[in-house]
Design a protein around this ligand. Structure first.
Ligand SMILES: [Zn+2]
Length: 218
């Protein structure tokens, strides 16, 4: 059933005095690419489609909140009802791990087809306010994965920002006691660039020309 909220269509101002709606506008406006105006359009669409959209969305959000969490092994997202696709269901054997800041970076690298291997998702950088604890980078687990999967190279694919490079240095330092090749994407990356904003050509070149960080091979 489509129930049209009387008097609301096109009159966004009349939504302002409803507490629940105001709270929704505040939250939805925080989503990427959305401001208050698009948030109001979305809310209007939801209100006008209570059964078909609003109810299933509320239920699905609640289930995702309860069941989807970060994998403690690789940092990717996983459902509590299943093994992690990124590290536990992976039947293929690789000898490289690529360390990225977030899942969007993994998707960008996967779609360029330049890298075949495992991914380790940091979930941010050391300087991000939401990542104050270094344990959140899952470095102990990275070292475990390197040993368990007989990995021979860790590729640091963090952004060419101060935070990304600081994080790469910290990871490099954490890996110095294990006998493994550590490389970093080529310096040709534009300064300040984030991995998920790079075009395929730049990304492929950065992978091909990646630089060894091991002191004995510099
Ligand atoms: Zn995992």
């Amino acid at each position: 059933m489509v129930w049209v909220f009387p008097g609301l269509s096109g009159r966004f101002n009349s939504m302002q005095n409803i507490l629940e709606i105001n709270n929704l506008i505040k939250l939805i406006s925080k989503l990427p690419g959305l401001g208050p105006k698009s948030a109001k359009r979305i809310i209007l669409k939801l209100i006008n489609n209570r059964q078909e959209l609003m109810k299933p969305l509320a239920q699905t959000l609640s289930e995702a909140y309860k069941n989807v969490a970060r994998c403690k092994n690789c940092g990717s997202l996983k459902s509590n009802n299943a093994n992690c696709d990124n590290c536990q269901n992976n039947s293929k054997k690789y000898n490289k791990i690529c360390v990225v800041e977030n899942i969007a970076d993994q998707w960008t690298i996967e779609s360029s087809s330049i890298f075949k291997g495992y991914f380790h998702i940091l979930g941010g950088t050391l300087s991000n306010s939401n990542l104050e604890r270094k344990e959140d980078l899952l470095l102990d687990s990275l070292i475990e994965r390197v040993k368990k999967n007989s990995i021979d190279e860790v590729i640091l694919a963090t952004s060419a920002t101060v935070e990304g490079q600081t994080t790469a240095f910290y990871i490099q330092d954490s890996l110095k006691n294990i006998n493994i090749k550590v490389t970093k994407l080529a310096q040709g990356l534009p300064v300040g660039s984030e991995i998920d904003s790079l075009d395929d050509g730049t990304l492929i070149s950065a992978f091909k020309n990646r630089k060894s960080l091991n002191s004995d091979s510099d």
